[in-house]
Design a protein around this ligand. Structure first.
Ligand SMILES: Cc1cc2nc3c(=O)[nH]c(=O)nc-3n(C[C@H](O)[C@H](O)[C@H](O)COP(=O)(O)OP(=O)(O)OC[C@H]3O[C@@H](n4cnc5c(N)ncnc54)[C@H](O)[C@@H]3O)c2cc1C
Length: 462
């Protein structure tokens, strides 16, 4: 039986980066991936010449040092900045002027900046909503809309947060902003998934083996290092192993490890929150909506009450704040295409995932016609992601610390990166990167970090 230097579990960004680095330094690497494709939460919908990412889509902080940029450059993949476009903001009274959208955006940015690393630190039970929605919040100083509309607008933050403002801890709300990659955003040509495939192609050219459709079911400390068993029954041994299994999946598979993981590690796995973000893609025969060639994204503020258990799909859309990217403006290559992509934050996503995708698509089409006050042809295709219920992701990404009785903090992400079994079993993935959790940058940095650590261990001779 072959013994590998390192067995990497998962072929998303973190696994691909680690596999490439270790195989380039001559290590014998095996990558085991449960899905029938590589990329993990990098997943691209392709139709003809259109490629739309329905997992991660942006290299955030492209000009500010995001390591995914250097990888794309090394692999010869072009990245593009979106062309400038107009905002499209709709309140319950209809389309608002551009100046209103700009003033509201500024007010929200000021409120967020004021809520960053507050001193004295609020209790862990205090939420971001409580500081953003405080009476004297800068959010309410735009002078262009009432307080309720400003609050609805602030819920656009729930898209990147992955959770409701009422659940995000005020204590740690802006903590990551000092170090994570923000500023300019760029998108890789052909989509993010192809970029991960290219990384793995490079690893394979250096001798790495990559097996898809191979779900790992057991990870054991053994005489030769780490024994990994897969669903079909085969067993592989690595002197070392790196798990990139997403945190949401790990929460449900803690019994896969033998000996059991340390209690402290288990406590953090259980305590860190995994957030919700889904995408709803609507492909039309033509772009029938207003200002389709100039608007970058439409933001819809609610016209109805917040969704409840008994809400219909249309009620859910009408009761939510929604961001809808407009691909008809041609802000990214390969040019204009009649596609709308809605970003669904926690509240609408959890409600809509209980319904069939075609019902959700039909309701969204009806919603769009109502909000745009126009009739449009039915969509030719509807795609609703299901990252939350997906057996191999169980959510979008980890979130900033949640409000809690106990003390959760960003240090949890550092704890999740601590190797076990004398360093032979390591952890990579966005959930293990304290400064950049929840992003491609975090996954990339974690893959590099673990590959380097394992390399040092192998040099010592495990
Ligand atoms: C909708 C959405 C939008 C996003 N947008 C952005 C964005 O614009 N920019 C950004 O920077 N980030 C974004 N992110 C976050 C980004 O996608 C992730 O942080 C990153 O892709 C995580 O990479 P990873 O390698 O840690 O995990 P993954 O990509 O999830 O890789 C883990 C792999 O492990 C596999 N696996 C799981 N269980 C097993 C098992 N038992 N056996 C074998 N394999 C297993 C999975 O199938 C998966 O392939 C977004 C995420 C989502 C969901």
């Amino acid at each position: 039986m072959t013994t590998f230097d390192t067995i990497i579990i998962g072929a998303g960004w973190a696994g691909a980066v680690a596999a490439r680095q270790l195989s380039r330094s001559g290590r014998k690497v095996l990558v085991l991936e449960a899905r029938d494709r590589v990329g993990g939460r990098a997943h691209t919908w392709v139709h003809g010449s259109n490629a739309v990412d329905i997992g991660c889509s942006w290299i955030h902080g492209y000009k500010e040092g995001n390591p995914a940029r250097s990888i794309a450059e090394e692999l010869g993949i072009n990245c593009h900045f979106p062309k400038p476009a107009e905002p499209g903001l709709y309140s319950s009274t209809g389309a608002l002027p551009k100046e209103t959208a700009v003033a509201l955006g500024r007010a929200l940015n000021s409120a967020v900046a004021a809520a960053r690393t507050p001193h004295p630190a609020p209790e862990p039970t205090e939420s971001l909503a409580s500081s953003l929605f405080a009476k004297d919040s800068a959010l309410f100083k735009s002078g262009v809309v009432g307080d309720d509309t400003a609050k609805d607008f602030a819920r656009t933050l729930e898209v990147p947060l992955g959770l409701r403002l009422e659940k995000a801890s005020a204590r740690w709300a802006g903590w990551e902003a000092a170090t994570n990659f923000t500023g300019s955003d760029a998108a890789p040509d052909g989509g993010y998934e192809a970029l991960v495939q290219r990384l793995l192609d490079d690893a394979m050219a250096n001798g790495a083996q990559v097996r898809i459709n191979t779900k790992v079911t057991s990870i054991k400390e053994g005489d030769g290092g780490v024994d990994v068993t897969v669903a079909a029954g085969e067993k592989y041994t690595g002197k070392t192993a790196i798990s990139t299994i997403p945190l949401g999946v790990l929460k449900r598979s803690l019994d896969m490890f033998s000996p059991a993981l340390p209690d402290r590690y288990i406590e953090v796995v259980k305590g860190v929150h995994v957030g919700v973000l889904e995408k709803l893609l609507m492909r039309y025969a033509e772009a029938w909506w207003p200002k389709a060639d100039t608007t970058g994204a439409y933001t819809f503020l609610p016209t109805g009450p917040a969704p409840t258990e008994s809400s219909s799909a249309l009620d859910v859309f009408e009761g939510s704040t929604l961001i809808v990217a407009n691909f008809a403006a041609g802000t990214l290559p390969p040019g204009a295409s009649p596609i709308l992509l809605a970003y669904l934050s926690e509240t609408p996503a959890t409600a809509l995932l209980k319904m069939p995708a075609d019902e959700v698509g039909a309701a969204f089409h009806e919603f769009l016609q109502k909000r745009f006050e126009m009739q449009g042809p039915k969509p030719e295709e509807v795609q609703l992601t299901g990252w939350l219920n997906d057996e191999f992701s169980r959510g979008a990404t980890t979130t900033p610390s949640v409000t809690s009785q106990g003390e959760r903090s960003p240090l949890d992400f550092k704890e999740l990166s601590r190797p076990v079994w004398d360093g032979k079993l390591g952890w990579a993935g966005e959930h293990t990167e304290m400064e950049n959790r929840g992003s491609v940058a975090g996954a990339v940095i974690s893959g590099m970090r673990e590959a380097s650590r394992v390399e040092r261990l192998l040099k010592k001779g495990v």
